[in-house]
Design a protein around this ligand. Structure first.
Ligand code: COA
Length: 329
């Protein structure tokens, strides 16, 4: 699809639920300690959705903020893409509920399942469709309620993740006036069904009494393998941007908020100081597809998106699937 129209980001939004789950709370639930969690991950607390909230509820709040930031009524949206692995239900798409609740009357929509890389991938799809002239205004929302698929008896996983949502409105650069889309990447390497996965509920292990007894409807993870993979691809993705544009062009790196140690190890490998990085992992943990857009909106609020400088967003996760989104602010 040839790029004919320069694309930008008109608005950003984020939402996190009110309820806090602190490391002290987790100490009462599993055999862990605040010290272990902070030292190994940098996470101090995360947010949990209220029982009445579903993923589209979280998505809606971030989407409304992004549309207000873009000064764009929902009726002007042509497409809604929801990046999630914890949608309201397996089908219909959560995007359909978001579109209805927003009042996006003429928009189409679909969900995109790429786990922690979801927002970065969906944003490239959105920018491609705007750039080709097929759609004018596309909303991308990354939203997750990971607490509904976490096993709060498994200390290997339950301390790492949280709930939240983030959103961005893609439109022509002329209308957006900022956040020029420069490109990105989408990569995958299959065969990770046992490394980082939700095994139950699909065609491999449909829901049954047996799948429930085996706890297959909870996330499973082999932490060390994921750690090494994440450091390697994070460093490679940023190095690719440096090779093409030069290090002095980079204003901020907003990585998938996976683990502070992974971020630090990758930055060390790159020989770059941590000042380049925007991180909020201490407050939210890993929110999968919501992590990059929550951090993007918070970096924007903190004045970390510098005019004319590059915003590099590397992401990586289950699949394995990884890639990056590159903007010039
Ligand atoms: N509290 C206390 N101990 C814990 C624990 C917790 N919450 N979670 C795991 N452990 C234990 C393990 O049971 C294991 O014990 P064992 O050696 O007796 O079997 C030990 O800690 C593992 O220690 P170590 O190998 O030093 O941990 P680590 O430095 O690799 O850190 C992770 C573990 C999970 C924090 C780390 O591997 C990680 O962050 N991986 C990436 C995971 C991730 O982010 N996945 C999502 C990617 S999108």
């Amino acid at each position: 699809m040839a790029k004919v129209i320069p694309v930008g980001i008109a608005g950003l939004g984020r939402y996190v639920p009110e309820k806090l789950l602190t490391n002290a709370d987790l100490e009462k639930m599993v055999d862990t300690s605040d010290e272990w969690i902070v030292q190994r991950t940098g996470i101090r607390e995360r947010r949990l959705a209220a029982p009445a909230q579903v993923t589209s509820t979280l998505a809606l709040a971030a989407a409304r903020q992004a549309l207000a930031d873009a000064n764009m009524p929902a009726e002007e949206l042509d497409l809604v893409i929801c990046a999630t692995i914890t949608g309201d239900q397996p089908f219909p798409a959560t995007a359909c509920r978001i579109g209805l609740d927003l009042g996006a009357k003429k928009a189409g929509g679909f969900d995109l399942a790429a786990a922690c890389s979801g927002f970065v991938f969906a944003s490239q799809v959105a920018a491609g469709l705007v750039g080709s002239g097929q759609f004018r205004n596309v909303l991308v929302v990354g939203a997750e309620i990971l607490s509904r698929i976490l096993d709060y008896t498994d200390r290997n996983t339950c301390v790492l993740f949280g709930d939240g949502s983030g959103a961005a409105v893609f439109t022509s650069l002329e209308r957006a006036g900022r956040g020029e889309f420069l490109g990105g990447s989408i990569s995958m390497e299959g065969g990770a069904e046992t490394i980082l996965a939700l095994p139950g509920g699909g065609s491999r292990h449909p829901a049954s009494q047996d799948s429930v007894n085996q706890r297959l409807h909870f996330m499973k993870m082999g932490g060390t393998k994921v750690f090494r993979f994440a450091v390697r691809v994070f460093a490679e993705l940023v190095q690719g941007v440096i090779d093409k544009y030069g290090r002095d062009q980079i204003g901020v790196i907003i990585p998938h908020q996976v683990n502070q140690r992974i971020i630090e190890a990758a930055m060390e490998q790159l020989g770059m100081p941590m000042d380049f990085v925007f991180s909020n992992i201490d407050r939210y943990g890993n929110t999968s597809a919501a992590s990059v857009p929550i951090a993007l909106r918070e970096a924007y609020d903190a004045g970390r998106l510098q005019k004319g400088k590059l915003v590099v967003m590397p992401a990586f996760g289950a699949g394995m699937a990884w890639g990056h989104l590159l903007l010039r602010w």
